[in-house]
Design a protein around this ligand. Structure first.
Ligand code: UTP
Length: 302
């Protein structure tokens, strides 16, 4: 039986996006026409996921509401002759069963995944971060490739990896390839935020994972690290140290990761998605071109 379950952690506080994310979940922020988490769910549905568990936390009920079927709104659109807008709600009817559990204390991504254990049980599962999209308008099918690799190779973990500029490696979990880094390769280690002098590669862990349930045993034994948080990277390292197979799958250029965790990357994601919008993209491009030309001589922020 193929992997059908995905865990989407959305319980983080999003402090890097204050005040924007103070009273609304960062995963519900708009990027172009949709909230981020809707792109994540649509991507997973296209990759064959049929059961989806959100790990939620305080102030995140807007996410649950967003994926409910809103019968009142549907009736209103029909009664007011706006049938053409019903298509915008088609995602409500995706062939996915939703489950929700709570992370009662925000003790890091690893802890959020561990909170999924009782619901996931002993089956393999995908983890997709709720604040990161893969590919423009989330068109990526890399999770399908990762599931196929997981099933064909008997690995205990498959991790998506993105090429990052050398000066940025200090911000990420970085892969150490066992025998060179092909499209798909085995990891000898993962180093969290390596120092500049000891960079093993420029391939950073990129928001999508497939795990066997063995990851839960590793997470349960992982000691809290910086800020008292349980790091998912540490648990993956433990799998490698136990001699388990952990694979990396490189994202291609079209499968670029858009993470909205800080303002710089959020603004960039919004602009990229809006510029690629089929209806408004062309006009926006023109507007930006004119605006940039006009402000080149007198920058508005100076
Ligand atoms: P981040 O690593 O960006 O952490 O989360 P954060 O706490 O949300 O944000 P900052 O650092 O305070 O700005 C990556 C993903 O993991 C989830 C987040 O909701 C986000 O989708 N997460 C993170 C949890 O579910 N629980 C946690 O304890 C931490």
């Amino acid at each position: 039986m193929t992997v059908q379950m995905a865990v989407v952690p959305v319980a983080g506080r999003g402090t890097r996006l204050l005040p924007l994310a103070k009273s609304q979940p960062k995963e519900m922020l708009p990027v172009g026409r949709k909230p981020v988490v809707q792109y994540v769910v649509e991507e997973l549905a296209r990759c064959g996921v049929s059961r989806l568990l959100f790990v939620t936390g305080p102030g995140k009920t807007a996410i649950e509401n967003h994926f409910d079927i809103d019968a009142e709104l549907i009736a209103h659109l029909r009664e007011t002759g706006k049938e053409e807008l019903l298509e915008e709600l088609a995602f409500e009817r995706a062939d996915i069963e939703y489950f929700y559990t709570r992370q009662r204390r925000q003790l890091g991504l690893g802890h959020a995944v561990l909170c999924a254990k009782a619901v996931v049980g002993r089956e393999p599962f995908v983890v997709a971060l709720g604040d990161s999209m893969i590919g423009l308008h989330a068109q990526s099918r890399v999770v399908r490739v990762m599931i196929d690799q997981f099933e064909e190779t008997g690995a205990d973990a498959v991790v998506a990896l993105e090429e990052v500029p050398l000066e940025d490696v200090v911000r990420y979990g970085i892969a150490v390839p066992r025998d060179g880094a092909a499209e798909v390769f085995e990891l000898a280690d993962l180093i969290e935020k390596p120092a500049m002098g000891e960079v093993p590669s420029t391939l950073a862990v990129a928001a999508r994972y497939v795990f066997s349930p063995r990851i839960f045993d590793c997470l349960a034994r992982t000691a809290p690290g910086k800020n008292g948080e349980i790091q998912l990277t540490d648990a993956i390292r433990m799998l490698i140290q136990q001699g388990r197979k952990v694979l990396g799958v490189r994202l291609s250029a079209e499968q670029r990761r858009f993470d909205i965790g800080n303002f710089q990357s959020y603004f960039e994601a919004f602009v990229d998605f809006a510029l690629a919008d089929p209806q408004c993209g062309r006009a926006l491009r023109e507007h930006l071109r004119e605006w940039l030309a006009a402000t080149e001589e007198a920058p508005p922020c100076s």
